[in-house]
Design a protein around this ligand. Sequence first.
Ligand SMILES: [Zn+2]
Length: 308
Amino acid sequence: MEEVADGVLRVTFDLPLGIDHVHCYFLRARSGGWTLVDTGLGVRDPEAAWRPVLAALDAPVERIVVTHMHPDHVGGAGDVAELTGAPVLQGREDYEQCLRAWGPGRSTELLAAYWARHGLPADQASAVVRESDALAAAVHYAPDPDRLEPGDDVDGWRVVVLRGHADGHIALVRDGVLIAGDAILAGITPTIGLYPGGRPDPLGDYLETLERLEALPLRVAFAGHRARIADPAARAREIRAHHADRLERALAALDDEPRSPYEVSLALFPGDLGTAGRRFALAESLAHLERLVLAGRAGRVDGGYVRA
Ligand SMILES: [Zn+2]
C-alpha cells in the first residue's frame, strides 16, 4: 500500500489478463474511515487477498465505489462488501450493463453469434466465449448496489460520467484530483470497443469524454492501471490524436468491396494477439468503423464496411 496523495492510498493487485496489474484506491473519508474505489478481480479466497490490505488501514472501509463493470474493477466488489459490511455504490447505467454482461442477462450464444457475425473465425469465436466464461466466474459483483447518477456527491467527491471505455463509466473528482478508473491512462490508451447491447457509438462517446477531461480543472488523475497522470488535459489531447490517427488507418483499410470488421482488425492490429487480444482488436475496430459510418465516411454493406 502506498500513499499517492494526501488522503489517497493505492493498493495494487496482480492481474492475469492482457495487463498484469490493477490499482484500487482508498480515499480518506470525512468521518475518518475509508472509501474504497474499485476492487480488482473476484477471487476464490477473499480473506487471503483482502485481510492483509484491510488490516493495514487505520480505520474501517465505509463504502465501496465501482467505476465500471469490467472484471478487474467490479469483480471483487461482492467479496470486499462481504468482508467489510460496507455498501457498494455503482453508476446506475453501469450497473445495468454489468447485469447484461455478467448477470442473468448474459448469453453465451448471443456473444458467439456477435463475434462470428463480425467475421471472427469460428474456432476463435468459441475460444473467445470460453475465455469470457472463465472471466465471468471471477466477477463477483454486488447485487443491488446503491445507484449513482452524474453530479451525485460521495463524501465530498463529485460523480462524473466519462463514457467510452464503458458505457456508464463513472469517476470521482475533488479539488482537481480525479479518481479515473480506466477513463484515462498513462502510457496505454483505454480500450474503446463496440459490444452487444452497448451504446452505438462508444468512440464518439469517448471523444466527448476526452473533451470534458481537457476542460476539467484537474491537477492529477489516478487510474486503474499504470502511473499517475500529472497533466490529464495533455494526456487527453494525446489520446485524441491517437484515435484521429487510428480512424484514418481504419478508413485506409476500407475499399469498395465490403470488408469484415475482423479483416479491418487484422490491418489495424496485425500479428498474433492471442484470443483476448484479438477480441479487443475486433471490438476496437468496430468502434472506429461505426464512428466512420456516423461521420458519413464509411458505409455498412452486407455485414461489412465500405468506404463512403
Ligand atoms: Zn476497464
